[in-house]
Design a protein around this ligand. Structure first.
Ligand code: FAD
Length: 390
C-alpha cells in the first residue's frame, strides 16, 4: 500500500483548517472525522508507514464498537486481525481462564496503516516521515514547523490536534499543559517471535504475571507470536534486557518458555503512565495517550484512543468556526467522562498486580462471583454513544 506523501499532497499549501499530529489510532480517527465533515486536514507522522509500535495489539469490544460506529467495522479483519475468544492468566503456577465477549488481535503496522488509509480516502492529506512542532501562536492560527530531516517549512492551521502518543511530544513551550508521570511506573516492551511453540494457541491472550511485571502473548494471523510486557523499572536497572526478564516472568507464572524470547529484538517505551492537564491551550487540543494513559493490563488503550479521536471531532469543528478558550475545559470534561474515569479500573489493576497475594485473592473472588467478572468485562467492552460538544 502506498500513501500520499509530501510530493503529491498540495506541497505549496500553507494554510489548513486542522493539522493532526501523530497517525496512531487517535490521530487517524480524528483526521477521518474532520475530513468527512469537509475540513481541510493534514495528518503528520514522524515515521514512515507502516510502522510497528510496542503494543499488545488487542482490540476489545469497545474498540471494535467505535470502529463499527464510523463505518470501519471490517477494518481490523482486513488488516489481518484474528478474533480473540479468551484470556488466560497465569500467576505463581496457577492459571485462570476467562471467556471474552469480543475482541481481535492485530499487528499495529497494518492496522494503523488501514486507519490512515480510511482518513485519506475521506479527504485528509497524510505526511509521513515528518516531525511536527507547534510553534508560535497568533490570534487566528497556530504555526506548525514540519521537519523531514532534509527540509523544514512552516504551515498554519486554525486548530491543531496533538495525538503524539505516550511521550506526549510536541507540546509547545508557550502552552500550559503539564504531564504528570507516576514515579516508579512500569516500562513497556515488545517483540515479535517467529519460532512459536504450540503451547500458545491462537484466539487467546496468554498473560503471565511475575515479580518483575507482566507479559502478554498473542498469536497473529501470520503465525508469529507477539509479546508485549510491562516491566518494573527496578528489574531493568541491573542492565538486564527485557528478554531475560520476560523469560523469568513466564517461568514464575508457570507458563512454558518460548524459544527466542530472551534473544529477540525488543523495543521499549517510556514510563507507562501519563496525566496531562489541561488538555490543550490556544487553538490546541490534546488526545489519545498524549492526554493520559495508565498501564496496558486490561488492553484498552486503543479503544480510549479511538474513542477520543471520534469524540474530539465536534469540538474541533466548532473551534474552526470560532475558537473559545473555554473549549479546552470543555474537551477536558468530555475526555474525563469518556476515558479518564474508565482508566481508574486499570489503575487499580496495576496496583493489585504489584502484590501477588492480591492477584490470587482477586482471581479467587472472580471465580466465586462470575457474575461480577462478567459485568466488568461487559463494561470494558461496551462503547459509549457519540458525545456532542455542547
Ligand atoms: C506494552 C504495551 C502493550 C499494549 N497493549 C495494548 C493492547 O493489547 N490493546 C490496547 O488497546 N492497547 C494496548 N496498549 C496501548 C496502546 O498501544 C496505546 O494506548 C495506543 O497506541 C494509543 O494510541 P495514540 O494514537 O494515542 O498514540 P500512538 O499509537 O502512540 O501514536 C502516536 C503517533 O504519533 C507519532 N508522533 C509522535 N510525535 C510526533 C511528532 N512530533 N510529529 C509527528 N508524529 C509524531 C508517533 O510516531 C506515533 O505514530 C499497549 C501499550 C503498551 C506500551
Amino acid at each position: 500500500m502506498t500513501f500520499t506523501t509530501d510530493s503529491s499532497i498540495d506541497a505549496e499549501r500553507q494554510a489548513w483548517d486542522a493539522i493532526v499530529v501523530g497517525a496512531g489510532p487517535a490521530g487517524a480517527m480524528a483526521a477521518l472525522g474532520l475530513a468527512r465533515a469537509g475540513a481541510s486536514v493534514l495528518l503528520v507522522e514522524k515515521f514512515d508507514f507502516p510502522r510497528e509500535k510496542v503494543c499488545g495489539g488487542c482490540l476489545n469490544g469497545r474498540a471494535l464498537g467505535v470502529l463499527d460506529s464510523v463505518g470501519l467495522g471490517t477494518v481490523a479483519s482486513q488488516a489481518g486481525g484474528v478474533p480473540i475468544e479468551s484470556f488466560r492468566l497465569g500467576q505463581g503456577g496457577r492459571a485462570w481462564n476467562l471467556e471474552l465477549p469480543a475482541g481481535m488481535a492485530v499487528s499495529r503496522g497494518p492496522f494503523d496503516q488501514a486507519l490512515v488509509r480510511a482518513a485519506t480516502d475521506s479527504g485528509a492529506s497524510f505526511l509521513p516521515r515528518t516531525e511536527a512542532r507547534v510553534a508560535s501562536p497568533s490570534r487566528e492560527v497556530l504555526r506548525v514547523e514540519l521537519e523531514d530531516g532534509r527540509t523544514s517549512r512552516t504551515v498554519e492551521a486554525r486548530v491543531v490536534l496533538l495525538a503524539t502518543g505516550l511521550s506526549g511530544r510536541g507540546i509547545p513551550e508557550w502552552a500550559r499543559p503539564d504531564a504528570r508521570i507516576t514515579p516508579g511506573s512500569r516500562i513497556g516492551a515488545g517483540c515479535f517471535l517467529d519460532a512459536t511453540p504450540s503451547d500458545y494457541p491462537g484466539g487467546t491472550i496468554h498473560m503471565a504475571v511475575g515479580r518483575d511485571g507482566y507479559l502478554g502473548l498473542i498469536r497473529l494471523a501470520d503465525g508469529r507470536l507477539h509479546a508485549a510486557a510491562a516491566i518494573e523499572p527496578s528489574a531493568l536497572n541491573g542492565g538486564i534486557g527485557p528478554g531475560p526478564i520476560a523469560d523469568r516472568i513466564l517461568s514464575e507464572a508457570g507458563f512454558p518458555s518460548v524459544a527466542g524470547l530472551r534473544e529477540a529484538r525488543w523495543k521499549g517505551t517510556v514510563a507507562l503512565t501519563r496525566q496531562t492537564h489541561p488538555l490543550g491551550d490556544h487553538r490546541l487540543l490534546i488526545l489519545g495517550d498524549a492526554a493520559g494513559y495508565v498501564e496496558p493490563f486490561t488492553g484498552e488503550g486503543i479503544a480510549w484512543a479511538l474513542e477520543s479521536g471520534r469524540a474530539i471531532v465536534p469540538i474541533a469543528l466548532q473551534a474552526l468556526k470560532r475558537w473559545e478558550p473555554s473549549m479546552v475545559d470543555q474537551w477536558g470534561a468530555i475526555h474525563r467522562r469518556l476515558v479518564r474515569r474508565r482508566q481508574s479500573f486499570c489503575r487499580a489493576a496495576a496496583i493489585v498486580l504489584r502484590r501477588p497475594v492480591l492477584v490470587r485473592a482477586a482471581l479467587d473472588a472472580a471465580a466465586w462471583i462470575p457474575g461480577a467478572t462478567a459485568q466488568i468485562l461487559q463494561r470494558m467492552n461496551t462503547s459509549r454513544p457519540l458525545v456532542e460538544a455542547s
